[in-house]
Write a protein that binds this ligand. Structure first.
Ligand code: TGC
Ligand code: FAD
Length: 497
């Protein structure tokens, strides 16, 4: 086909279709593909008998509604169905992209996943596809650079456009260019991101659950039109200011004030430990009014009287930005109020979304540590040249790990299914966050033990995950606060005071 090579070089979006049977021989014919594909697809490139690359041109990419994976899968099935008249079936389809020339090898994910109890049998094709997309992104883009970023205490900002393109920001929200994933699909994405690093998952949680969600749920049309497309595309970054130096677990006591003066609000106060604080274009700030009611406000980064400063010296979440925010006589237009909610219910509703993603994310961190420990235990030899995996005490640790990961997966899936059906209660999400982060933190520590001295250096991922999980255990409601939330649900008695 004339110009094909040029087009393949310029066009870097592709569908990779894996079929359960061998592809029919005629699919290898360029003529056949050209006839069907018309001007949308370039000829399929068969890499082996079960896989086919189809490159997409710009129009096809647009048709895919900003890389919406579900649509990609449906289209792959349609393409394959038309080409394989003998009724072959699509096993999976990966919609990816590559810069530069066509890849010479199929980029198969290197991480196999952890599935002891046929968990995957409970997932739809779309759910597996969302996970595979995030898995490949983490394997190809994050893992090669995370150690350096963690060492230098730098967030990998260069990954933001790609995450936006893959639909990770505001993934489960409707409209405004969002991917409209189900909660389970979104959870599987956060699992994979945190398998890479909790800092990357934190970025996505804050952008999606703590900034886009409140604008989407409680904002005006003008606020939604202005901010949501920018945030979805990663062209604006957001942060969420609830915690204060004196008020962490008990945000109801906050000191930050918002006083209405004419058609403005004047904000005064301080927020602490704010993820993305110094890189955010917009901060969702929770403040009390004269009536003592908590409300949310959008504060833009260059507003006079607003200052963000980086917190240094962190031994945890080093590849994430954490900041303090100060507002001194900070005047914002009255239209920056989020009018749709009053009271602590506002920020806590956002936290439900973020805690849910963390519950899945922790499984990813645990899987990474388990995988590292299992592989190491099979290779490392001690005493009569036998692998340490042959010792009962080591096996006991590995068995504990996979049992807890398996339980955590089913807990996450059930909470996700309830959330998708609109039947989830905040205490369900508390159980998910509490259990799964605890489980991951224990597993990281155990994995470090199995790796012995090699576990303390950062080319093994376990100590990085272990340190990160200390923050995850504390933020978004500490482990013990979630115990008290569940305690209140089952006894009817609040025991916070
Ligand atoms: P309480 O009297 O129980 O409730 C006050 C109002 O809030 C409502 N509510 C909720 N609404 C939605 N979702 C929930 N989960 C809710 N829990 C309570 C409640 O119905 C009531 O509504 P209304 O309309 O009747 O007024 O509140 P409380 O003051 O006793 O506090 C309860 C407690 C302790 C559970 C709460 O304060 C809490 O969750 N504290 C933990 C604070 C926390 O999680 N902070 C997180 C900061 S953000 C963060 O860490 C981001 S990290 C990001 C990253 O990098 O990933
Ligand atoms: P405290 O509330 O002082 O708690 C200290 C200890 O006391 C904990 O063990 C706690 O469980 C225990 N405790 C407190 N009250 C009780 C009680 N009633 N009963 C029993 N035990 C109790 N906040 C934001 O608003 N936005 C962000 O983006 C954000 N990002 C963060 C990023 C990182 C890396 C970290 C570490 C924190 C972040 N936070 C953020 C803040 C986080 O939400 C708070 O740290 C958390 O809510 C706990 O508050 P605290 O640290 O003040 O601990």
């Amino acid at each position: 086909m004339p110009g094909t090579n040029d087009r393949q070089r310029k066009t870097n979006h592709f569908l990779l279709i894996e079929s359960s049977e061998h592809l029919p021989a005629r699919m290898m014919s360029h003529d056949e593909n050209r006839r069907w594909n018309g001007d949308i697809f370039s000829p399929g490139q068969v890499f082996n008998l079960n896989t086919l690359f189809i490159f997409l041109d710009a129009r096809a990419v647009a048709d895919f509604n900003r890389l919406h994976e579900r649509l990609a899968l449906a289209t792959a099935k349609e393409v394959y169905g038309k080409l394989a008249s003998d009724g072959g079936s699509v096993k999976s389809c990966f919609h990816g992209y590559k810069s530069g020339r066509m890849p010479r090898e199929i980029p198969m994910p290197s991480f196999p996943g952890v599935d002891f109890l046929e968990f995957d049998a409970l997932l739809s094709d779309e759910e597996k596809l969302a996970r595979k997309t995030a898995r490949l992104f983490v394997d190809e883009k994050l893992l090669p650079i995370i150690v350096e970023h963690d060492r230098e205490g730098k967030f990998p900002m260069q990954l933001v456009p790609e995450m936006a393109e893959l639909g990770f920001f505001g993934a489960s929200l409707k409209g405004y260019g969002c991917a409209e994933m189900s909660n389970v699909e979104y959870g599987l994405v956060t699992q994979e991101l945190e398998r890479g690093d909790s800092g990357l998952r934190s970025f996505v949680s804050v952008q999606s659950a703590l900034v886009m969600y409140p604008i989407h749920a409680f904002g005006t049309d003008a606020q939604k039109q202005r901010w949501l497309p920018l945030l979805q595309r990663g062209q604006a970054i957001g942060c969420f200011g609830l915690t204060e130096p004196q008020f962490g677990s008990n945000p109801a006591g906050m000191l930050t004030r918002a006083v209405k003066k004419g058609d403005s609000y004047i904000l005064d106060g301080e927020k602490m430990w704010i993820t993305n604080g110094t890189i955010a274009h917009v901060a969702v700030i929770w403040a009390k009014g004269d009536d003592q009611k908590i409300r949310g406000f959008l504060v833009e980064k260059d507003t006079p009287g607003f200052k963000a400063w980086a917190i240094h010296g962190k031994q945890s979440l080093r590849a994430s930005v954490t900041a303090g925010l100060a507002m001194t006589n900070c005047k914002i237009p009255a239209e920056n109020l989020l009018p749709g909610v009053e009271g602590l219910r506002g920020p806590l509703s956002c936290l439900n979304q973020a805690r849910y993603g963390i519950g899945w994310g922790a499984i990813g961190a645990a899987m990474a540590c388990y995988d590292a420990a299992l592989n190491y235990a099979k290779q490392r030899k001690q005493f009569e040249n036998r692998p340490i995996a042959s010792h009962q005490l080591v096996q006991e640790k590995l068995v504990w790990m996979i049992t807890e990961i398996t339980k955590a997966q089913f807990l996450a899936l059930q909470v996700g299914r309830l959330k998708d059906q609109g039947r989830v209660h905040p205490s369900h999400i508390s159980m998910l966050k509490m259990n799964n982060v605890w489980m991951a933190r224990e597993i990281a520590r155990m994995a470090r033990e199995i790796l012995g001295a090699n576990g303390i250096v950062d080319d093994a991922c376990v100590m990085r995950h272990m340190n990160n999980l200390e923050s995850v255990y504390t933020y978004e409601g500490t482990h013990d606060i979630h115990k008290l939330v569940i305690g209140e649900r089952i006894t009817g008695i609040a025991a916070f005071v």
